[in-house]
Design a protein around this ligand. Structure first.
Ligand code: NAD
Length: 337
């Protein structure tokens, strides 16, 4: 078993399965979001928790954080909805399980939870981050995630095109949600040439002067860099042959449908920046400010470090003839000792 500790508890109030997976505390307290999502069976939620907590260990290690990886999954049976009282019960159950781990793991928002939910969990345990600023927390992490994405885009442009200047470069931003909208604003401020898309037509309101196209057109747009900013699983054996970009770097989690797809991108000469390196800005900011009481300036300096981390990974991949994914995993293993 790879994981240090996995607990599956029937919530005393909610009676729902509360799964907390602590993958590693080698570098420090394990961190990872609390996911409340539907699963055909709670064992599917367990599989998700095991996979996501292991990925968090790599993400935290490569971000230079004094933390390991963990994850909470509340597995909702199909069709089950939570009213306000039931949701509060679930969050208190989560808080009790985390409190029982005695500080080995702290949680934050993930799919199905947000900063306000962290306030409710905090009623049962102090091992929580990303509470709203008004509640003494570090608040919404999306702008900090976007700041890290910009650092990564400069690094990938420097590697691929020999210049970190973003002005005049063509980016296709797929997904204009919380992070994507910030990325778009920051790239527009750099006078980049922008093509954008979202399945939600109402997001057109934040597109500004960018060229709005369909998600399919955005995916296959002729661009210097494709910036996946929506959901995971975008890069597959079916989509990779259709890409017309030189590089891919964005915040969307789990962009590859399977690790083997990294090799397909490599064979096509498309430089892919591992998402778990690119998207670390939010977690860097939240843990620095909320768990380690650093200033925003200190956190911002750490986020800028995403550029040198990514540059090191890309150089090492080139030197060893491997994919950036393999080089990133090797770098994470080295940090873990
Ligand atoms: N919020 C953060 O700080 C953070 C941190 C790390 C990673 N991420 C990852 O970044 C991605 C975006 O996060 P977010 O917080 O902006 O989420 P969000 O839900 O605010 O935005 C996602 C956007 O993608 C759009 N979308 C969904 N499916 C699409 C499709 N097929 N084609 C085009 N657009 C589509 C949605 O309409 C939405 O506007 C996610 O994968 C998330 O896991 C976010």
């Amino acid at each position: 078993m790879d994981h240090e500790n996995v607990t599956v508890t029937r919530g005393t109030r909610s009676t729902l399965p509360i799964i907390v997976a602590v993958h590693s505390t080698l570098l420090g307290q394990a961190i990872g979001g609390c996911r409340i999502a539907h699963y055909p069976h709670w064992r599917d939620g367990l599989t998700d928790a095991l996979r996501l907590s292991a990925a968090m260990t790599d993400k935290a290690a490569l971000a230079g954080l004094p933390h390991g990886g963990g994850k909470t999954v509340v597995a909702l049976p199909p069709g089950r909805t939570l009213d306000a009282a039931a949701r509060r019960d679930v969050l208190h159950d989560v808080g009790d399980v985390i409190a029982g781990l005695g500080g080995r793991y702290a949680t934050g928002p993930d799919v199905g939870t947000g900063p306000d939910d962290m306030v409710v969990i905090a009623e049962r345990t102090g091992h929580v981050f990303c509470r709203p600023a008004a509640a003494g927390g570090s608040g919404d992490s999306s702008e900090h995630t976007a700041t890290g994405v910009l650092a990564a885009l400069r690094a990938i442009c420097a590697d691929r095109f020999g210049s970190a200047v973003l002005s005049g470069r063509r980016f296709a931003v797929l997904g204009l949600g919380r992070v994507g909208a910030h990325v778009l604003r920051m790239l527009a401020a750099e006078r980049a040439i922008l093509t954008v898309a979202d399945v939600d037509e109402t997001r057109r309101a934040v597109a500004g002067d960018a060229t709005w196209v369909s998600p399919e057109e955005c995916l296959t747009a002729e661009a210097d860099v494709l910036v996946p900013s929506a959901l995971g699983g975008l890069l597959t054996p079916a989509t990779v042959p259709r890409l017309r970009c030189a590089a891919v770097a964005g915040p969307a989690n789990n962009q590859l449908d399977a690790p083997e797809t990294a090799a397909l991108l490599h064979e096509r000469g498309i430089l892919w920046a591992p998402d778990f390196v690119v998207s670390a800005g939010g977690i860097i900011h939240a843990t620095a400010v909320e768990l380690h009481h650093e200033t925003t300036e200190q956190a911002t300096t750490r986020i800028a470090g995403i550029a040198s981390t990514l540059t090191g990974i890309l150089e090492s991949a080139r030197a060893t003839g491997t994919t950036p994914l393999a080089a990133a995993r090797t770098a994470a293993r080295l940090r873990l000792g």
